[in-house]
Design a protein around this ligand. Sequence first.
Ligand SMILES: C=CC1=C(C)c2cc3[nH]c(cc4nc(cc5[nH]c(cc1n2)c(C)c5CCC(=O)O)C(CCC(=O)O)=C4C)c(C)c3C=C
Ligand SMILES: [Fe+2]
Length: 418
Amino acid sequence: MATQETTSAPATEQPPSGGGFSRRTLFQGAGAGLAVGAAGGVLARGATVPEQHAAPSLGAARIEFQGPHQAGIVQPPQARVQLAAFDLAPNAGRAGLQALLKLWSQTAARLAVGEPAGTHENQIALDAGPSSLTVTVGFGATLFDKVGLADRRPAQLNPLPAFPLDAIDRSRSDGDLWVQIGADDALVAFHALRVLQQQAAPAAAVRWQMAGFARSPGATAKPMTGRNLMGQVDGTNNPKPTDPDFAAKIFATGPDWMAGGSYVVLRRIRMLLDDWENLSTDRQERFIGRRKSDGAPLSGGTETTPVDLTKQNPDGTLAIPADAHIRVAAPTANGGAAMLRRGFSYADGVLPDGSPDAGLLFLAFQADPARGFVPVQQKLARGDGLSRFLRHEASGLYAVPRGVQGGEGYLGQALLEG
Ligand SMILES: C=CC1=C(C)c2cc3[nH]c(cc4nc(cc5[nH]c(cc1n2)c(C)c5CCC(=O)O)C(CCC(=O)O)=C4C)c(C)c3C=C
Ligand SMILES: [Fe+2]
């Protein structure tokens, strides 16, 4: 496995709401030591940088593969994501899975530092560096039976309940293995997907694949929380790694192979953009409970001002309406239920009726979906004004084992050899 460079370098600047989001980003090569980000102005597209002050390229940024948690959870979303689920071949067995996870772990570590893949290298990403590449691997509930580990399947992987308004396409849901590949360059992300996919054969085959995107680093004059395709500032009130209870909310404590791991819920949520865009900005804001221009709560202040759900307008109505998304989803309204949302937009052309096939690849990490996504979605599906503009079309739940560190060789080793 590739060794991980540990040279210390400053982390990229984070948006106001990013709080303590750790990007674990290092820069290699000639520019090491320089901070990259729009605030520093060093990566403005088209900017001419004098040779002697050459800045590190976006491609040079890298995120450590090794650590107590897998990469791709606490880091802010990269500009590009490739999501894929794989089903194990009937004859692969535990040995086949073990060999695959070893190969994927080696490959993820190599690609994260900008080395070529050890096998199936196709040069798609040549010259583009690791571009903050992360590879995150998860196990679906169906995997455990197939490799004789049914008795070790955690209860947290029990199937999600059906929610009102669900329109789930099972062929684009679930899967034995899940992979999230994030990078700040589309070619780097696709390269990693292609290599992992080829390495998977014949032990596993792709069940479904989805591509998404988020704001590119340096796109705004200063670091800001990103927007979704409805135009809203999205991601403000996420738990922050600096919160005292962050780890308890987001990371599992056991069994041993999951200690430091997390459970991720995926929902491919199509947005009914034609209907949404027909609303006035005022109505759109009341469906969310935040101002569209800057993400400030309708109870007042700026984006980061704590939400006041009791605040009333002069006419006595609630400043944040009863069916506003942030009121219905708030941890205080759901017994403290919390999750780390790390979604990406998608835009996959148009449907037969001419409407855009576009929306949110909603991804939420949590220590236990029964105390995170499930109670919140149960409430949202019934009482959220926004839900009439959304269609949940695909779904998945995966155990994301702890990261590789110390003497461990590959992701999931403690499960498969424990
Ligand atoms: C079950 C969980 C959630 C789903 C599904 C979901 C879908 C979804 N959300 C938006 C847009 C926004 N969501 C915002 C906040 C927010 N959303 C959830 C949960 C789900 N959202 C939570 C727990 C919160 C935080 C609530 C709080 O404590 O304030 C916001 C506001 C900005 C922010 O805090 O991120 C927006 C905007 C869309 C478009 C969507 C489905 C496509
Ligand atoms: Fe939301």
